[in-house]
Write a protein that binds this ligand. Structure first.
Ligand code: PAF
Length: 285
């Protein structure tokens, strides 16, 4: 497995590989790899001639310095895991290489980023869109892989690709969960054993919402109220937001007559976790 640090070197190699007719896949990551990342990497490996993983903890997407400092890092473990799933190349630049002195260009996706994660973490999606656009320009993938766990992020990236006419396909893969339903996330590494036991409450609330929609309930507020009750019954949990939204526009929905996505962000102690469920409405009998 090759490791490249310099953007120019990565760009030249990608250009050469594309000239040779190779199909390139990219999985952008910030490291601290978990089963969710590994599922993306395996799929990328299976569908492309060359699978690239980027490994870069992007300072531009953290609205709080303490959050950036607390972001888990395990480069040695990451390299081993990446190699084990067959990654061909790791692109791992430094912050100075991605944002050299004088850097001043950012990508803003508008309406889609105003709510939910965008409202709770000002500037977050501007940082994500910017770094992802730069990674696409440097690595030049034909296909890039993202997890549904970061639902709003995946839509923002898809929107950016469409709006900027970027020549690649964005592939979104399902959430990978641990046995008790907790969505795989690098942030789970920061949970204490007690917090880890509390964390599946997000999934419990989503399951309850899904069951109600499947049973034919259409009032979003009643379902959100039930989700709040479930989460508030867990002493270590504190809700940031819970929402029932249109699955593409992410605007709140009041009556559930077609597919919706439930989005939630919950603090478990000092760790903020997000999760979601895309729910189809059963066909009328
Ligand atoms: O989802 C992540 O890990 C990051 O937001 C991403 C897409 C790698 C951009 O830094």
């Amino acid at each position: 497995m090759q490791v490249i640090e310099y953007p120019k070197k990565m760009q030249e190699l990608s250009e050469q590989l594309r000239r040779e007719g190779k199909i390139l896949g990219l999985v952008p990551t910030m490291g601290a790899l978990h089963e969710g990342h590994l599922s993306l990497l395996r799929r990328c490996r299976a569908e492309n001639d060359l699978s690239v993983m980027s490994l870069f903890v992007n300072p531009a997407q953290f609205d709080r310095k303490d959050d950036l400092a607390a972001y888990p890092q395990d480069w040695e473990g990451d390299f081993k895991k990446a190699e084990a799933v067959g990654v061909d190349l790791v692109y791992a630049p430094t912050a100075g290489m991605m944002y050299p002195e004088g850097y001043q260009t950012y990508v803003e996706v508008e309406a889609l980023t105003r709510r939910w994660e965008g409202a709770s973490r000002p500037g977050h999606f501007r940082g994500v869109a910017t770094v992802v656009a730069k990674l696409f320009t440097i690595v030049k993938p034909h296909q890039a892989y993202f997890g549904q766990k970061d639902y709003q992020q995946a839509l923002v990236v898809q929107r950016m690709v469409q709006d900027l006419n970027l020549d690649l396909e964005v592939i979104i893969l399902p959430i990978i969960r641990e046995e008790d339903g907790l969505a795989s996330s690098s942030r789970n590494w920061n949970l204490s054993p007690e917090e880890r036991c509390a964390a599946p409450v997000l999934y419990k609330a989503l399951q309850a919402a899904e069951a109600r929609v499947r049973a034919g309930e259409q009032g979003a507020e009643a379902i959100l109220e039930r989700m709040r009750e479930i989460i508030e019954a867990e002493p270590l949990a504190e809700i940031d937001y819970i929402a029932c939204c249109h699955p593409m526009r992410l605007e709140p929905v009041e009556r559930i007559t077609e597919s919706v996505v439930f989005l939630l962000a919950v603090w478990i102690g000092r760790t903020r976790l997000i999760d979601n469920a895309l729910v189809e409405v059963p066909a009328q009998a």
